[in-house]
Design a protein around this ligand. Structure first.
Ligand code: 5GP
Length: 117
């Protein structure tokens, strides 16, 4: 449950974060351990633990999450150069915070990815 995660605490301003985007549904803040020159996490304010918990009724929220990231990329001027969006799910996906979130990575060529290099 989001209330029990570090991201819930950031949404409620109980702990600090470098917040770079916010609207009624989504908050965006810089990752504390960036994996690229730009590494921002976009998090829905609705508590959703993993991608597996998304319902059809929340399809619009997923769209808002992606659009928040693309809006940010345009606003910051790197949309044309490009970026990567990543969402991790559970153990094999490498998820460590169990509140749905989207990673936006940019600012340098990111190369290929995957478990087999
Ligand atoms: P996951 O591995 O769940 O997909 O991603 C969780 C991300 O949250 C990681 O990249 C990690 O660095 C980031 N993170 C964990 N705790 C904090 C925190 O307290 N503040 C911020 N800004 N990022 C955090």
């Amino acid at each position: 449950m989001q209330d029990d995660t570090i991201f819930g605490k950031i949404i409620r301003r109980e702990i600090p974060a470098d917040i770079v985007f916010e609207d009624d549904d989504v908050i965006g803040f810089r990752d504390v351990a960036p994996q690229a020159p730009v590494h921002v996490l976009f998090v829905p304010k609705t508590p959703i633990a993993t991608l597996n918990d998304l319902t059809g009724a929340q399809a619009g929220l997923m769209g808002k999450l992606v659009l928040a990231a693309t809006h940010y990329a345009r606003r910051e001027g790197f949309a044309a150069d490009g970026y990567r969006i990543v969402m991790n799910c559970n153990r094999d996906g490498g998820q460590t915070v169990f509140q749905l979130h989207l990673h936006l990575l940019a600012g340098a060529p990111l190369g290929h990815f995957g478990a087999r290099g």
